[in-house]
Ligand binder design. Structure first.
Ligand SMILES: *Cc1c(COP(=O)(O)O)cnc(C)c1O
Length: 362
């Protein structure tokens, strides 16, 4: 078996230990004579996995006492709709901070539900290269909530601080950097994250919803879209994505085995330092379009002098066993995703390749 070095943006590579555990348990889960895929979501085996996944999320993050933790289907894109459906009340408005393609999509969806306004956008010619300062946020003090995207998967920018939104509930799409380092979740009224970047396979979306916000949710929605219904039923109102939750459980147990989020964060900081170091060492050849203080540790984007060289870079890297390096189709260039599962040794291999490629082609 030859596994490649996987820098995919999502679905992304998973920790080998989590996959091996799934392989070993696939046909016979804990001596039950069947795999977890085949178990009832009302049975004790699946319920054990489900509750362990939630407990691991709470343990890794800490400080979640005031939040409900939900595991739901639909992806972050469904949350773009269900968040305003639940919390954007008629006659009021919600604020959106635009820092990339996903925040634009979240904003557009909110406009379909009710009244939403842009509290700040850092777009220049439809491209985003930075995170705004606190002063740039023109927040509406009567907004139902203010929405940010903590990591901008396409443009390679990341919030390194939590913005102050005063009394307005802060809502964050953390799909591409959830659990990347220790995070104080208490300032966030709502966090959502699709699993397929940092947490596991696609199919499950994690929500942390502070109970004070949840109490204000609209009750006149179809039950399936009401976060309160899912909270009352421990995310077992209907059949959850059982296998995705199971695999996420394996990934979370792996993160704990590394030493929790302190260790995960230190690993990620080292990976980012290695790769940005290799880019910055050759400024005449590699160029990162992102402002220094806004650079993402999860998605590193950069350009080469020509698109032809970029194509060669991706093709040669592939021959060297590294995949997933092509930039998003709307942005171009190179994108390297350094999610939690990516090993530091893999980033060192890529950094060496950058040096070698520039020496030969620069
Ligand atoms: C990937 C991603 C999404 C979309 O997730 P889906 O599961 O495809 O709906 C939304 N927001 C961010 C920040 C992402 O990285």
């Amino acid at each position: 078996m030859a596994r490649v070095i996987n820098f995919n943006a999502g679905p992304a590579g998973l920790p080998l230990a989590a996959l091996e555990r799934a392989r070993d348990e696939f046909l016979d889960f804990e001596g039950s004579g069947m795999g977890i895929l085949e178990h009832s979501h009302r049975g004790k085996q699946y319920e054990g996995v489900h509750n362990e996944a939630i407990a691991l999320l709470r343990e890794l993050l800490g400080g979640t006492e005031d939040h409900e933790v939900l595991l739901l289907q639909g992806g972050a894109s469904q949350a773009f709709a269900t968040v305003p459906m639940n919390f954007l009340h008629p006659g009021r408005s919600a604020d959106y901070v635009l820092t990339g393609g996903w925040s634009e999509k979240a904003f557009e969806e909110a406009q379909r539900v009710g009244s939403a306004r842009v509290a700040c956008s850092t777009a220049v010619n439809k491209r985003y290269a930075r995170i705004p300062t606190q002063d740039e946020l023109k927040l509406d003090p009567s907004a139902c909530y203010a929405h940010i995207t903590t990591n901008n998967t396409l443009f390679g920018t990341q919030w390194r601080r939590t913005p102050n939104t005063g009394a307005v509930p802060l809502v964050a799409d953390m799909s591409s950097d959830f659990l990347w380092r220790p995070t104080d979740v208490r300032p966030y009224a709502l966090i959502y994250a699709g699993a397929q970047k940092n947490l596991g396979p696609s199919g499950v979306t994690v929500f942390l919803i502070r109970k004070d916000l949840l109490a204000t949710a609209r009750k006149d929605l179809p039950k399936i879209f009401r976060f309160g219904v899912h909270a009352e039923n421990n995310s077992l109102y209907n059949t959850p994505p059982t296998f995705a939750v199971y695999l996420m459980r394996n990934v979370l147990a792996w993160a704990r085995s590394l030493g929790g989020l302190e260790a995960v964060g230190a690993r990620n900081a080292e990976k980012a330092r290695t790769l940005y170091g290799a880019i910055d060492a050759r400024p005449e050849f590699y160029r990162c379009p992102v402002e220094e203080g806004s650079r993402s540790a999860m998605n590193v984007v950069f350009r080469l002098p020509t698109e032809a060289l970029e194509e060669d870079f991706v093709a040669e890297a592939k021959k060297a066993g590294m995949v997933g390096l092509k930039g998003h189709r709307s942005v171009g260039g190179i994108r390297v995703s350094l999610y939690n599962a990516v090993e530091p040794s893999h980033v060192a291999t890529l950094a060496a390749f950058l040096g070698d490629f520039a020496a030969r082609r620069g």
